[in-house]
Design a binder for this molecule. Structure first.
Ligand code: AMP
Ligand code: FE
Ligand code: FE
Ligand code: ZN
Length: 275
């Protein structure tokens, strides 16, 4: 069982790498890619555990943020060289983009009447890669919104005041970072962007032109109609199929480690590139 998309405490997940590996093994995952947002320190930590004998195969992974046609897009990088200088520079640049963005999000939320969000989110994130989920948690903890979901719906989600994307690089840039460090670029969760079919095809065409080779045909537990739709896009654009849970924390039944339906028959999986 392959699960090539999940998060740890190094970005916005709730489990540490050792906890995540234990849960993945429990859920029957044989090959796992930890794909934290714009950071690979969780992969390094997990690799050390595997060297000590954890019974699971690890694939190097990362989920890079970028922008395409004014939409924030996520590209998963798989099986790249963890120590490649191109990746090192890419991650340094992403970290800078993230902290600049966090300050801007703080300013925007202050204008919306909520002071102190930047400092609050930073304190919650601690060593982790600071992101919108930390702002959401701060708003919840301060009693300013009723739930995490409401924080995104009102202030942080796509198109809302805290959805700052000005600091992210272009799609083609992050694809080049991944391929330039020996990896394969996979378009993450294509149906999360809520695009029209026409716009989604334009995104995939540009992704392919930039050197993207894969697409997440399965992202967590999803209806088979969606799987068939993405599979048809993969076929049309001759992309390899990837699958992953996008697990962040226990208690979300639609994104549990190792819980994915099988790839439709006849598709070429992305792991055929390195197996
Ligand atoms: P960031 O990397 O800071 O842009 O945050 C993106 C992360 O926020 C995603 O990977 C999800 O974990 C989470 N997220 C994005 N949109 C939503 C939403 N509408 N509801 C809940 N969580 C979301
Ligand atoms: Fe996330
Ligand atoms: Fe994502
Ligand atoms: Zn993710």
């Amino acid at each position: 069982m392959y699960d090539l998309h999940c998060h740890t405490t190094h970005s916005d997940g709730s489990l540490t790498p050792p906890q995540l590996l234990a849960r993945a093994i429990e859920h029957g995952v044989s090959t796992l890619a930890i794909t934290d947002h714009d950071v690979i320190s969780g992969v390094r930590e997990a690799k050390e555990l595997c060297a000590k004998g954890a019974d699971i195969q690890l694939v190097n992974g990362v989920e890079l943020s970028c922008v395409w046609s004014k939409v924030t897009i996520h590209v998963v990088g798989l099986n790249f060289d963890l120590d490649h200088s191109v990746m090192a520079q890419a991650l340094a640049s992403q970290q800078q983009a993230r902290s600049q963005r966090a300050e801007l999000i703080g300013q925007r939320l202050a204008r919306a009447g909520f002071a102190g969000c930047y400092e609050g989110a930073l304190a919650i994130a601690g060593q982790a890669q600071l992101g919108r989920p930390h702002f959401a948690q701060y708003l919840v903890e301060q009693g300013l919104v009723a739930s995490h979901q409401q924080a995104f719906k009102r202030y942080l989600g796509a198109g809302k005041t805290g959805d700052v994307k000005a600091t992210w690089p272009e799609l083609a840039t992050v694809v080049r970072w991944i391929t330039g460090s020996g990896g394969v670029a996979v378009l993450a969760h294509p149906l999360h962007y809520k695009m029209t079919a026409t716009k989604l095809r334009a995104l995939i065409a540009d992704f392919k032109t930039a050197g993207g080779q894969g697409i997440e045909v399965i992202s967590g537990r999803q209806e088979s109609e969606k799987t068939r739709y993405i599979a048809s896009l993969a076929a049309r654009f001759e992309l390899l199929a990837s699958q992953g849970s996008d697990f962040h924390r226990p208690g979300s039944p639609w994104s549990e480690l190792g819980v994915c339906e099988e790839l439709p028959s006849g598709m070429t999986p992305v792991w055929s590139l390195w197996n």
